[in-house]
Design a protein around this ligand. Structure first.
Ligand code: BJ8
Length: 424
């Protein structure tokens, strides 16, 4: 990584502690990613983004701020980024995916809190992540209890806005959600000092729809056999989508897709045709959480699809580009976002239908259901997911884990036994 020390110091970061994080990343990334064989050339851009993860993009965000722009840090795919971009702001994902930040989170949160929340709080309080330092305003949501309470702690340290996400999907919930999104427009206008016009919102809708289209195109290639790109690589692209410049990300992903589509024509794959095809469903995997994909793919299988917020939930469904007036656009945004099937909704049959549909479309041999430890929502929903998946004759494995490496060998044994069963 180039020398960004001065930038980090100016951001008030604990640079010495941050050095420890920077030292660990190249080895982890090298071992998990760069050691893969036959990777598409187009992954070089995404490798570069990781290599410069706390440098290039933070510098761009600071440049934006120097010109008077605001940066909004978000933690959930329910935050309508369109509105932030339409107001001349930049939205950037802040979810923590590293064990490095967990202890600082545990200093203020109960230990039995999900690691994503602990790492997110820890990254802020530890002052070891530039993204958490740069964001002018954090935008949280009311999806789970752990997050709701964590926001109150973070709000002592940084300006915070919480979006009220409904817990059901009845017509009255949609109307309440439309109002919430409308209120969000005013909040963002207040912070940026810019008006969200119908025209600017339309541009932002198209820009972010194009990002979704590029991701959908990437996932489409994973239906091929042999699979032309590893699950690890596809996951990395999706994780980077949360904080890269949206237009550049779309361009680089489309470029990667062109190469992979060419691979499909030439029947070039990253695994033999008989490698078990795995769907991973459940909680999101924030960068650098590559643990489960690495386990599954090191055991000779290939992850072909993720039904998660770092997967299909992030890009499925476009915002209707038809309406050109503000009210119509806000309604279209609210409708699109409410189609996301998070386990915070009750009931949540749409998620199970999605899993069954994706299992068929991607011809999966087995489903691995992944819950971050202490996530009551996804761990509880697992019971119904298992019932429906197994009723279709699809083998199912539920795993609950955190960000540490402590259970790695235990998980490996379970994953290998599951794959062994699929091969019989
Ligand atoms: S829409 S999945 S991004 S809330 S894993 S913090 S739910 S205890 S991340 Fe999520 Fe939005 Fe839903 Fe998606 Fe809580 Fe569970 Fe932790 Fe979670």
């Amino acid at each position: 990584m180039a020398d960004y020390r001065k930038m980090w110091e100016d951001l008030g970061m604990d640079v010495e502690k941050h050095d420890l994080l920077c030292e660990a990343l190249p080895d982890a990334f090298g071992g998990i990613y760069l050691s893969q064989e036959n990777r598409p050339e187009g992954m070089n851009y995404f490798n570069f983004v990781v290599a410069e993860i706390h440098g290039v993009r933070p510098a761009e965000l600071l440049e934006h701020q120097k010109k008077g722009g605001k940066v909004f840090g978000t933690f959930c795919v329910y935050v309508p980024d369109e509105i932030i971009f339409a107001a001349g702001g930049i939205a950037t994902g802040l979810c923590g995916g590293s064990q490095f930040w967990v202890p600082a989170g545990e200093a203020v949160l109960p230990a039995n809190t999900c690691p994503l929340i602990k790492a997110s709080v820890g990254a802020r309080l530890d002052r070891t992540c530039p993204f958490f330092r740069i964001a002018d305003v954090y935008v949280g949501e009311t999806t789970c209890d752990g997050k709701k309470k964590a926001w109150e702690i973070l709000a002592e340290d940084v300006p915070f806005h919480v979006i009220n996400v409904p817990q059901m999907k009845r017509p009255q919930d949609l109307e309440a959600w439309i109002n919430e999104v409308k209120g969000f427009v005013s909040v963002i206008e207040g912070y940026t000092g810019n008006k969200v016009t119908g025209e600017r919102l339309h541009e932002a809708i198209v820009m972010l729809n194009n990002k979704r289209r590029a991701l959908a195109r990437l996932y489409e290639t994973r239906k091929a056999n042999p699979v032309p790109i590893s699950g690890k690589d596809a996951l990395l692209v999706t994780e980077i989508a949360f904080y890269d410049d949206p237009s550049r990300f779309t361009e680089m992903t489309n470029q990667l897709c062109r190469e992979i589509e060419d691979r499909i024509e030439k029947r070039v794959g990253v695994r033999p045709e008989d490698a078990p095809r795995i769907m991973i469903t459940g909680t999101p995997m924030a960068i650098p959480n590559w643990k489960l994909h690495h386990l599954v793919e090191s055991a000779g299988a290939v992850v072909v699809v993720e039904e998660s917020c770092t997967g299909t939930r992030y890009f499925e469904h476009l915002v209707d580009e038809g309406p050109r007036d503000l009210d119509g656009e806000i309604r279209a945004i609210a409708e699109r976002y409410l189609k996301t099937n998070c386990a915070c909704f009750t009931p949540n049959p749409g998620r199970i239908q999605d899993i069954l549909r994706l299992a068929e479309e991607f011809k999966v041999d087995g489903v691995v259901d992944y819950s971050l430890q202490f996530c009551g929502l996804y761990t509880t929903e697992s019971f119904l997911v298992r019932q429906e998946v197994e009723a279709r004759g699809i083998p199912f494995l539920h795993l609950e884990t955190d960000y540490s490496e402590l259970d790695y060998e235990q998980l490996r044994t379970r994953v290998e036994a599951f794959l062994e069963m699929l091969r019989k």
